[in-house]
Structures are given as C-alpha cells and as structure tokens.
Design a binder for this molecule. Sequence first.
Ligand code: NAP
Length: 225
Amino acid sequence: MKKLTGTVVIAGSDGDIGRALVRLFAANGVKPVGLSRKARHKTGLSASLRLDLSDPKAVEAAAKKLTARGKTVRCVINAAGYFRKTDDASWDKDVLRHNLGVADNLLKTFTPRLAGVEGARIVTIGSVDCKYPNVNSYSYTVAKAAVKALVGAYRKRHRDGRVNFDLVAPGAIAGRMRAHKAEDKAALLQPEDVARVCWLLCSLGSHAAFEDIVIYPKTLAYSVP
Ligand SMILES: NC(=O)c1ccc[n+]([C@@H]2O[C@H](COP(=O)([O-])OP(=O)(O)OC[C@H]3O[C@@H](n4cnc5c(N)ncnc54)[C@H](OP(=O)(O)O)[C@@H]3O)[C@@H](O)[C@H]2O)c1
C-alpha cells in the first residue's frame, strides 16, 4: 500500500461519517484537516477551519490557506450533506444548496490545486438515492443524482489521471439523519463502513480509478422501479 503524503481534507468533519473518517485516518497516522460549520469536534484533526461550504468564496479562502507556501493537499473527502423530507415536488433550495452546491464548490475549488499531486483524489459521499429514488424527498433524490452526474463529468474531463474523482453512494446509515426512525440500527451501515471505503480509495495511487461505489445494508431492499 502506498504511503499517504500531503494533507487529507475532510469536509463535513462534524457529521457522523465525517467523524468516523477523522477517527479512522487519525488511527492510521494521518491527521486530517476538518472543514465544518461549527468545528464542534476537533479530536484527531491536525487543524480545523470553520466555514459554510455552500459559500464559494469561503471554500476558495479555505483552499488558498491549505495550499499556501507550497503546502500540498492530496485528498479531499466531501462528507457534508443535508436531508429534509418534503411533502410535494416543490424544490427545497436548502437541500440543493447543501448537497449539490457544496459538492460543486469543493470540486471546482480543489481540482486545479490537486492536479499533479501523486494519488490526488476528491471523494464525494453521495447517496444510494441517486440510483433508487427517495420518494420522501424529490429534492434530495435530484440533488444526489446531480452530484453523481457532476462527479462523472469531472471524471471524464480529467481522465488524463491528474486527479481521480470518486463517488461513494451509501444506503441507510445508523446516524443522526435516521435517528427518528424505529428500525434495527445494528442492521444498517455504520459510519465506519463508509469511512473504510474512503480510506481504501485514499490509500491507492492515481492509476487506480473507480466507477461509482454503491454500498448499502443487505437487510434493506432497494427495489428498482
Ligand atoms: N445518514 C444516512 O443514512 C446517509 C445515507 C446515504 C448518504 N448519506 C450522505 O452522507 C453524507 C454524510 O451524512 P451523515 O450521515 O454523516 O450526516 P450528518 O451527521 O448530518 O453530517 C452531515 C454534515 O454535513 C455538514 N454540512 C451540511 N451542509 C454544510 C455546509 N453548507 N457547510 C458546512 N457543513 C455542512 C453538517 O454540518 P452541521 O453539523 O453544522 O449541521 C453535518 O456535520 C451526506 O452527504 C449524506 O447525504 C447519508
């Protein structure tokens, strides 16, 4: 396995998956930089920046800081996102902004800065809902489908291999997004499962490219229409 060098950035480091990522990377000797709105959780991080990731100027300023004076960012993992149930087909702008907007800002801002760095990857956590629509929120389904499409477009555009673009699309995870549901949490994916997939991706060199990675709990049936 290649040794990781350069900074690993975890966007959404306060969330369930974000914190699992920080724990796993730190346990393996790679203390990431966390990007989050409130910087509530700092354990395991080498540094923590507070920002709203849906604000392009704030993301630009953070990227500038992280790559100042020849510093290298090698991996960005986007674990930020937002789900809200919607009753009808009206567009929920917050859901679009905190999923598609955040992914767009991170991809746009970090891609040119990662280009040429050995093993450079931007890993975006999407959702299985991009494949199997979630009828509880058309906005979330559309936002996650658009995120998948956006990552695919970056992958194609940069197929020269200077940066790899991965989409990890998980199904139901035992965490705060589903805390209100009466269900067997042990049977769901755990945030650590997603973190381990991201660790594998970030452990690989630039030569190894993936299509989208869909991961879901075996006990939940996802049926194609
Ligand atoms: N949980 C699931 O069942 C599930 C399933 C499939 C996919 N996913 C996806 O996996 C990703 C991580 O989800 P999770 O389960 O870890 O949820 P989570 O615990 O709610 O974490 C999401 C994190 O994103 C942060 N965030 C959202 N918008 C932001 C913004 N504009 N600027 C900065 N931070 C922002 C939130 O910040 P605050 O802490 O400040 O609110 C939160 O810490 C999301 O993309 C989600 O859609 C989750």
